[in-house]
Design a protein around this ligand. Structure first.
Ligand code: ADP
Ligand code: MG
Length: 250
């Protein structure tokens, strides 16, 4: 589903990603962990080509998403194709980024209607089912400001799913929440993982990573330092940097 081959990304002189190779198979759940500033968010944005890359190549679902913008373009690709491929990738951010002037239901329906041009009745039915699945059926007509942070994040997840993505990317989905609201959001993500969705989740919730991820990838300074089965990495890390990081968050 995802193949990253030698991804490099610079901001000016700062090298943020320093040759990331990573594969995610269909149905796999990968948790990306690492210290702040290690390039986790940048890497997620490179997966769906919200960021151009300076080296390497990114495939999603067998299609080239991003390519080395300086090097030779082996695969000529129009921006419109990148946009079309991007519609198959859902992304959920730390700050839910709901449309404040739209009801919950309208938030879910907007992109499928506008981008995918799907029929109103079809989208509405799907949106209501998704709201039910995240436990918010009764909030369809509410506005984001009337919801708790945990509820808003569940709406954001349902909104991403309403595009029927093949891949979901989560960037610290619970980091902005009050501690008592973290569990309800993790449960929704866990249910989604168990439904077979392919996902990459950046998180500091190590219990979640241990229980839900098939694989954990530890990044530091723009490189993958260590990766493996979730239980191995979290309970028995090998690399000193992984050990130090886990000691600081557990
Ligand atoms: P993480 O998500 O692991 O905390 P980020 O990917 O957000 O790390 O950031 C990696 C590095 O890139 C940091 O040093 C950060 O300051 C820098 N960075 C991120 N986004 C930008 C940007 N748009 N412009 C300049 N520097 C950036
Ligand atoms: Mg980040």
């Amino acid at each position: 589903m995802v193949k990253a081959d030698g991804i490099e990304k610079n901001y000016g002189k700062l090298q943020v990603l320093n040759g990331i190779d990573m594969e995610v198979k269909a149905g796999e759940v990968v948790c990306l962990i690492g210290p702040s500033g290690s390039g986790k968010s940048t890497f997620l944005r490179c997966i769906n080509h919200l960021e151009g890359i300076d080296g390497g190549r990114m495939w999603v679902d067998g299609k080239v998403m991003g390519y080395d913008i300086k090097g030779t373009r082996l695969h000529e690709q129009k921006d419109s194709e990148v946009c079309r491929n991007r519609t198959g990738i859902g992304m959920v951010f730390q700050h839910f980024n709901l449309f404040p002037h739209m009801s919950v239901l309208e938030n879910l329906m907007e992109a499928p209607r506008l981008v995918l041009k799907q029929k109103r009745s079809v989208v509405r039915e799907r949106a209501l089912k998704l709201l039910d699945a995240v436990g918010l059926a009764e909030k369809a007509e509410a506005y984001p400001r009337q919801l708790s942070g945990g509820q808003q994040q569940r709406v954001a997840i349902a909104r991403a799913l309403c595009m029927e993505p093949k891949l979901m990317l989560f960037d610290e989905p619970t980091s902005a929440l009050d501690p008592e609201l973290v569990g309800e959001v993790l449960k929704v993500i866990k249910d989604l993982a168990q439904s077979g969705m392919t996902m990459v989740v950046v998180t500091h919730e190590m219990n979640f990573a241990r229980d839900v991820a098939d694989r954990v990838v530890f990044m530091a300074d723009g490189q993958i330092v260590e990766q493996g089965p979730a239980r191995d990495i979290i309970t028995n890390p090998q690399h000193p940097r992984t050990k130090a990081f886990l000691a600081s968050v557990l």
